[in-house]
Write a protein that binds this ligand. Sequence first.
Ligand SMILES: [Zn+2]
Length: 264
Amino acid sequence: MQKAILKKMHSIFNDPIDYLISLNGIEYKLNDYIGKHMTIEWQKKVVCHCGKEFSKFYRASFCYKCYWNSPLASQSIFKPELCTAHLEIEERDLEFEKKLQLADHYVYLANSSGLKVGITRATQVPTRWIDQGASQAIILALVPNRRFSGDIEVALKEYVKDKTNWRKMLSSEPDQLNLKEIKKDLITKVPIEYQKYIYTDDSITNISFPVIKYPLKIKSLKLEKTNLIEGTINGIKGQYIFLDNDRVFNVRSHEGFIVNIDFN
Ligand SMILES: [Zn+2]
């Protein structure tokens, strides 16, 4: 058992994906513990991005003050179409927003629980797809800032979902899609001013996850409700660890939780 602050799992693009969890600065390869036992006991304390401890978060993984003031929790983080740093307009912290927004972004199509459109910083590929549990992905456009990717995404949302049905994503591998054909059709829906950003490389990224057994009737575990979680690891997909009895644990949604954790 060791005391640690939970962070999202890291991944390495292999076949299947390798997952790493960092505990007190040491990375453990979680794939080696599939079929083995995991224990997580929440200490009823969380740590916010600001470094302060609380008994629980206000919203997402933020305390009240950070949620309403931190540039990490500003509206444009959740809605890229509201980004304004490219116009020198500050939301909460212009320097921070420039760093985040004025970088190459991809608009992509992925197949996680069916077709979806999404955006990500170019440096976050394929991590973003792995985190979402996507089995296939293709890049649709490469743009110079986050706002343009948000605008294209909004235009495509009329035709394609932008959310993952996580229960469906967790319960099986999706049927394969012909992403090249779908892309060919969807690029005609990209607004004219963004046509020059269409990505000409049509290569598909295929992703397979280390899963022995998929959950059937999914039960999502939350440390606020059950502060002791233990069981046998059946696999890992997206940011979820699959446990016996159809239980799933979303590591990312527990970022900042102080726990005692053990694998054996
Ligand atoms: Zn805070």
